[in-house]
Structures are given as C-alpha cells and as structure tokens.
Design a protein around this ligand. Structure first.
Ligand SMILES: *Cc1c(COP(=O)(O)O)cnc(C)c1O
Length: 492
C-alpha cells in the first residue's frame, strides 16, 4: 500500500511512498502528512476469525493487510515487545464496567500511557531501518507529557538513533516530567521549553520542514524523523487496538459479529481517534466515534459547528494536560481523506494565515457521519473520578472526560468502548483531590501514597522509583533557543 501527502505534491519529494519511507521521512510536500492512498478492507469474517487469535497475531494480520514493506521477522520482533506489558497474553485488556460500558485499558506498557501501544513497536522498526540502511537518525518528539517518556523508553541506547524531546515546562505532571528528566540513555536529550505544548509542536514541525536545519544535519550525516503522531508509523499501531476491542466484545458475548458499537476517545492531537476512523473505514462496525475533550474544546467546536477557530483562543491548563492542545495535527488527515488534497490544502493554509477555517454544511455532515463530540471541565472530571472510584473502578483524568460522552451523546443502546489512555499514577495529585473532594496542592509522591493506600492499589516500580533517580536533564530554554540547543547536543 502506498502513502500520499495530505496537501498534494511539490515535485521535490516523491508523490507516493512506501511505509518505510513515510516513517523515516514524515514530512510530506508543503509540510503535509503522509496518509494511506487507499485503505485496505476487512472481510466479513475477519473479526470472528480473530476471536481465536492473540493480540500479536491480530496485529500481524492488520500489518499484512496494509502491506507494509518491513520484513515479517522484524514485525514479529517489534510486536514481541508487547510481552513486556503487564499481562503478556493481553496487552490491552477490555474491562466491563457497566452493562453497556467497557474500558479498553491501553496503559499497561512501560511508561503507563497508551503512547507505548504504538511507540514500543514503532521504535523497534525505525531503529531497525536506521541500522539496516547504516544511517544515523535524529528523532524529534514534542510532548504534552506522555509521548516524551514513551519515545525515550523505546529508543534508549539504540544504535544510530539520537532523540531530542521537547516538553512544555510546567505543562506536565511531576511524574511525567521525572520520567523524562531522569532518562539515562546517552543518545537522549530532554529539553524543557518556556511555552506550551502547541509551541513545542510548532517548533518540531518547523524544524521538520526546515531545509537549512536538515542541510546542517546532512553535513553530519544525520537524517531527521519524528515520533509524534504526525508519523504514520504511530497511527498504524493505533488502528489495531480499536479492532482488538471489538474482537474482545465478541469474545465476551457483548454483541454478535456485525453488530455495531461506539468508540469513545479522549482526544488531543487526534491520533488515537484517527486510528478509530481508519478502522471504521476498513469495515470495523463502529456506530460513531465519540470525541471527548477538555476545556480546550477546539475539536468539539469543529465537530459540532464546522468551525475551527483558534484566532481568539488561549491554551488553558486543565487536569488532563495531555489534551491541552489547540492545534490538533491529525484532523488534517481526516480532512484529506474526506475532501481530498486540494480542499485540505485550502483549509490548512487558511488555518495558518487566519488561524481559522470553516467547513461548509455538506462537509460538516460528512464529518458527523463518523464523529460526534463533547467536552467537559475539571469539575466534571474530578466528580467522575470520585464516583467511579467509589464503585471500584479507577479512571485517570483523561479517561474521565469520556464519561461525559457516554452519558450525553451516546444515542443508541449498544456497547460503548472508552479508551483509557493513562494510568492514574501519572496524575496522582488530581486523583487524590478528586477522592478527597478538596483543592489542596499535594506533591505527586504524597498523593500517590495516599491514593494507593486508600484504594489498596499497587504503584508500579517504574513510577515509585522515579523520586530517587538522578536528574540528568535540567535544560530549560526559550523557544528561540531550541534549534541551537539541539545543534549543540549533536556536536557534543
Ligand atoms: C496523548 C494523550 C491523549 C491524546 O491522544 P491523541 O492521540 O493525541 O488525541 C489523551 N490522553 C492521554 C493520557 C495521552 O497521553
């Protein structure tokens, strides 16, 4: 299967590329994103067949459907990394919470967020390609808190790879920050920036598209790629767990093959939701994809009014920091898929010039065939966390936003799967505030201990050990200093 750029071709980069090219060179013409030219389709019996298979076998079938140009042995080794998740036989367990509410727990990997589902195998494949081609790569990652740790983990001490991770200082939880600044690999560099996630991601995108930066790297024989969900290598692994949730519903007799279900996704950069969209287009029986956001409700606005307008919006901090985003990258891939590259180019250039665009009535209707959206505030999230915890189920603040969608915009009485994107341990002060119904400021360590004692939960060692680890990366820079800081790291 081939990949094409979302906003057409400039004649300088190839118009159609294979999977390996797209993941090594994620920036397509005019700064667009590589996207599937035509999606493969599941046949009617696929899901039933998969009830007899393991997660890894299902994943391999889907990768085969996409015809990725990576050797089968390498794909298998990449998928073997799921063996390191909490339950080897089920890296993404589907837990029934109510008769029509199921949670797809995607956070059982080494860094305790769903980013591991994609970054573990993706990192393995990218490292393999770099080594095989005997080329050096710089991998950039901009993070709102979870991509950073997952990227550092997957590339730690990998040959031919250096990683630079940009995080917004003050924009992540303490645990997330510690996961990054204590990273040990010699090939890793973590940079705090004075700005928010959108600033970090814009810096990343402009470096990816900058010819002078790339030429400088070329002089040192270094190529450039990215670990954010602008890279299709992440998206492909994010299709798989949505399919697996349906297969699990079949296994649990929650529905019959062919019957529809809802998928609810707490969304920021829209990579997780895009995976669900592609799965639906490939034939997964999804009634609708429900998008949950926080008070940075740009996605809810787009999917309910057709307007994407950030001209007068300011990024707000919430208790779900991984969703504190206004520029949601993967929306572009949906616009391309629905309306083609010319229209996508038009909309994206309006966004960069006027900081807004407006879909026409038909376009909005086309989006709403697949999506609906709702947002909630911190108060709702905290109340929901407390309510569910008291009934024996622990939701992190991101996953809690999904309950609003489940309660308010799910219309049919059919099963609803919500994607749980992080373990509570990454956001302990918020969790403890919710349980105590107070607004005091707790440290992460204290809150972790209190919450775990109160509900008799284990804290994984990878989290509890963070507080005594040595800080390796204390760098904090202005936005204008990012490029120089990276150049210095590469020289040193
Ligand atoms: C990254 C992240 C999200 C947002 O996912 P997108 O794919 O960027 O929409 C939601 N919750 C958590 C915990 C995350 O780490």
């Amino acid at each position: 299967m081939m990949f094409v750029g979302t906003i057409g071709n400039d004649g300088q980069t190839p118009a159609k590329v294979q999977f390996s090219y797209a993941i090594l060179n994620p920036s397509a013409s005019f700064g667009g994103l590589y996207s599937p030219e035509i999606l493969p389709k599941f046949d009617g019996n696929f899901f039933h067949e998969m009830t007899k298979k393991s997660y890894k076998e299902l994943a391999l079938e889907i990768l085969k459907l996409f015809g990725v140009d990576i050797e089968m042995s390498v794909l298998k080794e990449a998928l073997d990394l799921y063996d390191n998740f909490d339950d080897k036989s089920s890296p993404a367990p589907l837990v029934k919470v109510k008769s029509d509410l199921f949670v797809n727990e995607l956070y059982h990997g080494p860094t305790r967020a769903f980013k591991d589902m994609a970054l573990q195998p993706f990192g393995y494949i990218l490292s393999h390609l770099a080594k095989k081609q005997n080329e050096k790569y710089l991998i950039l990652a901009a993070t709102s808190g979870d991509t950073g740790p997952a990227t550092l983990d997957t590339f730690e001490n990998k040959d031919n790879i250096k990683v630079v991770c940009l995080y917004p200082d003050g924009g992540t939880s303490d645990v997330q920050r510690l996961q990054m600044v204590t990273a040990e690999g010699k090939n890793l560099k973590v940079i705090g920036i004075k700005g928010n996630f959108d600033d970090a991601q814009s810096a990343l995108k402009s470096l990816l598209a900058s010819n002078s930066f790339k030429e400088n790297l070329k002089k040192q024989n270094i190529n450039l790629s990215a670990a954010n969900s602008v890279n299709f290598g992440r998206i492909i692994f994010q299709i798989i767990y949505h399919v697996s949730s349906y297969v699990e519903l079949l296994k649990q007799n929650a529905l019959k093959n062919g019957e529809k279900f809802y998928i609810t996704v707490p969304s920021g950069n829209f990579g997780n939701a895009l995976g669900a969209y592609y799965a639906k287009k490939m034939g997964l029986p999804v009634e609708k994809i429900l998008i949950a956001s926080n008070i940075n409700n740009i996605l809810t606005e787009l999917l309910t009014t057709g307007v994407y307008d950030i001209s007068s919006k300011k990024l707000l901090q919430s208790t779900s920091p991984a969703m504190d985003i206004l520029i949601s990258s993967n929306v572009e891939r949906v616009l391309f898929d629905k309306f083609g590259s010319e229209r996508c180019k038009e909309l994206m250039s309006e966004l960069s010039l006027k900081k807004s665009y407006k879909l026409n009535k038909n376009e909005l209707e086309a989006l709403r065939e697949d999506f609906d959206a709702v947002y909630s505030d911190d108060k709702f999230a905290l109340k929901t966390i407390a309510k569910f915890a008291k009934n024996g189920y622990v939701l992190d603040p991101h996953t809690a936003t999904c309950i609003k969608a489940y309660e308010e915009i799910k219309q049919k009485n059919i099963p609803c799967v919500i994607c749980s994107t992080a373990e509570w341990t990454k956001f302990a002060p918020t969790m403890w505030n919710a349980l105590q119904n107070d607004q005091k400021k707790y440290g992460d360590k204290e809150a972790l201990e209190n919450f775990s004692k109160s509900l008799h939960l284990q804290i994984p060692k990878c989290i509890s050990s963070l507080f005594t680890k040595e800080i390796k990366h204390a760098v904090l820079v202005e936005k204008s200093e990012i490029e120089k800081t990276i150049t210095d790291f590469l020289k040193g």
